[in-house]
Design a protein around this ligand. Structure first.
Ligand SMILES: [Zn+2]
Length: 106
């Protein structure tokens, strides 16, 4: 049982760090670290991470004329003509996605 407790604490610590460093600078929303919005300014060649809570935009990526974006934090994605976005989340929160499965025990 101690191992599970330790894993739980480790996961909580990692999530806490991600939330702390990825929180919105404008409103302090920690959810912003895990579920950011994306916006593109194609004429200026800039891609933004947008806080879904307060709408604060931060320049976080470089945008090509074809809509592909390379995020400063690593990862890439694609903006479509209708303004939608697909691809990597573009934040270091990506790396934590694999740990949630757990289980596998009998
Ligand atoms: Zn915000």
């Amino acid at each position: 049982m101690e191992v599970l407790v330790f894993i739980g604490l480790a996961v909580a610590l990692v999530l806490g760090l991600i939330g702390f460093f990825g929180r919105c600078r404008a409103c302090g929303s920690w959810a912003h670290a895990f579920n950011p919005g994306h916006a593109a300014d194609i004429p200026k060649g800039k891609a933004y991470i947008v806080c879904k809570r307060c709408g604060d935009r931060q320049h976080k990526g470089e945008l090509s004329s074809d809509g592909s974006v390379v995020w400063m934090s690593g990862g890439s994605g694609q903006f479509h003509e209708d303004g939608s976005y697909s691809g990597d989340a573009g934040t270091f929160a990506d790396g934590g996605g694999d740990g949630g499965g757990g289980g596998g025990g009998e």
